[in-house]
Design a protein around this ligand. Structure first.
Ligand code: SF4
Length: 60
């Protein structure tokens, strides 16, 4: 599973980083997503809560 993030769509509500900080985090000023740090269900749950639709799941 891969999660993509559209910086132009993101409204920086922070739902993702607050809900799953091990998966969605800012490192050296870059937003990084590591879906392997949580279960697919947890990641899907947070992606569905993103208010702007900036996060998208891509099955590989
Ligand atoms: S939840 Fe969505 S809108 Fe909010 S910070 Fe994360 S990607 Fe951006």
């Amino acid at each position: 599973m891969q999660v993509t993030w559209n910086p132009n769509t993101c409204c920086h509500a922070g739902v993702c980083v607050k809900s799953l900080p091990e998966v969605f985090k800012v490192e050296d000023g870059e937003f990084v997503i590591d879906p392997s740090k949580a279960s697919e269900k947890e990641v899907e749950n947070v992606v569905s809560q993103c208010p702007s639709g900036a996060l998208k799941i891509e099955e590989q």
